[in-house]
Design a protein around this ligand. Structure first.
Ligand code: FAD
Length: 487
C-alpha cells in the first residue's frame, strides 16, 4: 500500500487526508498542537463556548463532497442550516440594514433604509454572479500551474471572457460606479476583508464574494463552526487515517529532489508522498531550510493578508437587536484601511464584527447571557507594540459599541480571552499571523500564490489557505481537492 504523510491537521490537512485515504493511501497526519483544526478550533471558558476562528460558513457542498467520496450520505453525519437573516449592519449615523438570504428582499430593505434604488442592488448581484461564472472554474477549482487546466474547452471559454471580470479597477472604484449612496459602497467594499484584502487596492474581481454569501448562501453548522473539524476528523478516522498530535514536523526529507518523508520529534517517517498543510512560508524556511535553492523568492515575498484582533467576551445580558452576524461600521472606511495597510496600525474607529453563536445555539452561553466573538481587522504582525494596540483597541471598541447600542457594555463583560496576530502565528504557524495567507491586493495575486505542488521536487504537495486557490474554509477545502486530483 502506498503511504502519505500530511503535515498539519488544519481543515485542508484533514480534507486531503480523507481524499488520499479514499484513493487507497495509508495516511498519517502529524499535528503540532494537541488538538485538530488549526484556525478552525473552539474553546470554553467560564461556561461560554467560543469558536476560536472562522464564524461564517459558505459553500458547505465542499464538506458534503468529502462524505460522499467516502460513500456516506453527508446528511447522516453533518447538519447545518441556511441562514434567512445573514447579517445586521449598524452605521454610525443610526442607519440599520438587515441583510436576508433572499436577494429581492435585501434589495427592498436597502431601498427602504437608504433610498438606494433596489434595482442597483439587483444589478450589482447579477454582476457578482457573472464574475463567479467566469472565474470559478479557472481560478478556484483547478490548478493554475498545470498545463492540463488550459486544455479544456470550459477553461478556454472562461479565459476568453476574462476581460469581463473587472480586474483593471479596484473594488472600491467599481462599487462607486454601482451605488450613489456611500453606505452601500462601504457595505460592498467590506467583502474585501473576507480574504484579508484592502478594497482600495484589490481588483474588482473580488466583487464575486457577495455572490457566494447572497446567492449560494450563508450557513450555520449544528454544534458550531468547530463541528466541521470534528465531523471531518471522525470521517478521516473511519477511513483509517492516523492523526498524531503533539507532533511538530521538523524537516521534509528529500533524496534526489524527491520527497521521501519527514522528521518529527527526532524520528524519520518515510512515505511515498508528503503534503504540507503548514503555511507555505515556514514550510520553506523551517522544513526545507537546508534547500534555499528551492525557495520561490517571489512567492515568499508576497504581501501577507491582514490579521485579526478578537475579544471573546462572555456578556451578562441579551441584546434583541443583535443576530448571529453583526457589523458596526466605522465612520471613515478609507482611514481605517489606510491605518491597516499604510500605517500598519489600528484606527481608533475600527469596523467591529460581532458573532454570537448562542443566538442559534443557546447552550453556548449560560442562561441570560451571550457569547460575543468581537473581531476587528488589523495588520499582519510586523513587530508592532501589540500590548499597547490591544489595550487601546479594547477601550475604543467598548466605547463604540456602548454608544451604538445605547448600553454601557463594560460592566456586562464577565469573561474575557484575547487573540492577536502573535497568538495566531504561535498557534498555527501562519507567517506574521495573517489569517488568509497572502493578500489579494493586486491583479497578479491569484497567479503568484504558491502552486499545490512543488515544481522541482517530486511527490511534495501543498494545501491550505496560504497556497492556491487561497484562504477561507471553502478555498482551503478546494486546495485539498486539487492536490488529490494531482496525485
Ligand atoms: P490552519 O488552520 O492554519 O492549519 C494548519 C495546521 O498545521 C495547524 O493546526 C498547525 O498547528 C499545523 N502545523 C503548522 N506547522 C506544523 C508543523 N511543522 N508540524 C505539524 N503541524 C503543523 N474562513 C472562513 O471561511 N470564514 C470565516 O468566517 C473565517 N474567519 C476567520 C477568522 C479568524 C480569526 C481566522 C484566524 C481565520 C478565519 N477564516 C475564515 C480563515 C480560515 O480559518 C482559514 O482559511 C482555514 O481554516 C485555513 O485552514 P488551513 O488548513 O489552511 O490552515
Amino acid at each position: 500500500q502506498k503511504s502519505a504523510v500530511v503535515i498539519g491537521a488544519g481543515v485542508a490537512g484533514i480534507a486531503v487526508a480523507i481524499r488520499l485515504a479514499v484513493k487507497g493511501y495509508a495516511v498519517h497526519v502529524f499535528e503540532a498542537n494537541n488538538y485538530p483544526g488549526g484556525k478552525l478550533s473552539e474553546f470554553t471558558k467560564d461556561g461560554f463556548r467560543f469558536d476560536a476562528g472562522p464564524s461564517l460558513f459558505t459553500m458547505p457542498q465542499y464538506v458534503d463532497e468529502l462524505f460522499r467520496l467516502a460513500g456516506k450520505n453527508p446528511q447522516d453525519y453533518f447538519s447545518y442550516q441556511k441562514l434567512d437573516t445573514v447579517c445586521h449592519y449598524f452605521y454610525p449615523d443610526g442607519t440599520r440594514i438587515k441583510s436576508t438570504s433572499d436577494a429581492d428582499l435585501l434589495a427592498a430593505e436597502i431601498q427602504t433604509q437608504t433610498g438606494e434604488p433596489a434595482g442597483h442592488v439587483s444589478q450589482y448581484l447579477q454582476n457578482s454572479k457573472r464574475i463567479y461564472g467566469i472565474t470559478n472554474h479557472v481560478f478556484l477549482e483547478q490548478s493554475l500551474h498545470r498545463l492540463r487546466t488550459y486544455l479544456s474547452f470550459k477553461t478556454l471559454k472562461s479565459v476568453l471572457q476574462l476581460f469581463q471580470i473587472d480586474a483593471m479597477r479596484t473594488m472600491h472604484r467599481a462599487n462607486q460606479s454601482f451605488f450613489r449612496d456611500k453606505r452601500l459602497v462601504q457595505y460592498f467594499d467590506r467583502y474585501a476583508t473576507y480574504n484579508g484584502s484592502n478594497p482600495y487596492q484589490a481588483p474588482a474581481t473580488l466583487n464575486v464574494i457577495p455572490h457566494l454569501e447572497q446567492h449560494l448562501g450563508a450557513y450555520f453548522p449544528e454544534g458550531g463552526m468547530y463541528s466541521i473539524t470534528q465531523k471531518l476528523v471522525e470521517l478521516a478516522t473511519s477511513l483509517s487515517v492516523k492523526i498524531n498530535y503533539n507532533a511538530p514536523v521538523e524537516e521534509i526529507l528529500l533524496r534526489d529532489n524527491r520527497a521521501t518523508g519527514i522528521k518529527v520529534n527526532g524520528e524519520v517517517i518515510e512515505a511515498n508522498i508528503v503534503v504540507s498543510n503548514m503555511d507555505v512560508y515556514p514550510t520553506y524556511k523551517k522544513l526545507l531550510g537546508k534547500r534555499p535553492d528551492l525557495h520561490p523568492q517571489k512567492t515568499l515575498r508576497q504581501e501577507r493578508s491582514s490579521s485579526a484582533l478578537i475579544f471573546y467576551w462572555g456578556i451578562l445580558s441579551r441584546f434583541d437587536d443583535l443576530h448571529l452576524h453583526n457589523i458596526f461600521f466605522s465612520g471613515d472606511y478609507k482611514a481605517e484601511f489606510n491605518a491597516i495597510w499604510k500605517e500598519q496600525t489600528i484606527s481608533n474607529d475600527p469596523t467591529v464584527y460581532i458573532n454570537i453563536s448562542s443566538k442559534l445555539q443557546p447552550g453556548d452561553a449560560p442562561d441570560g447571557c451571550e457569547n460575543w466573538f468581537v473581531m476587528i481587522n488589523v495588520p499582519a504582525n510586523n513587530g508592532q507594540d501589540w500590548d499597547a494596540l490591544v489595550n487601546t483597541s479594547r477601550r475604543n471598541v467598548i466605547k463604540k459599541l456602548s454608544s451604538m447600542l445605547g448600553t454601557d457594555i463594560a460592566p456586562l463583560i464577565v469573561s474575557e480571552s484575547v487573540l492577536d496576530p502573535r497568538n495566531i502565528e504561535q498557534r498555527t504557524s501562519s507567517y506574521k499571523g495573517s489569517i488568509y495567507g497572502s493578500s489579494s491586493n493586486s491583479q497578479l495575486a491569484a497567479f503568484l500564490r504558491h502552486a499545490n505542488r512543488q515544481s522541482k521536487v517530486k511527490n511534495l504537495y501543498f494545501c491550505g489557505g496560504s497556497v492556491h486557490p487561497g484562504g477561507g474554509i471553502p478555498l482551503a477545502l478546494l486546495s485539498a481537492k486539487i492536490v488529490a486530483d494531482w496525485v
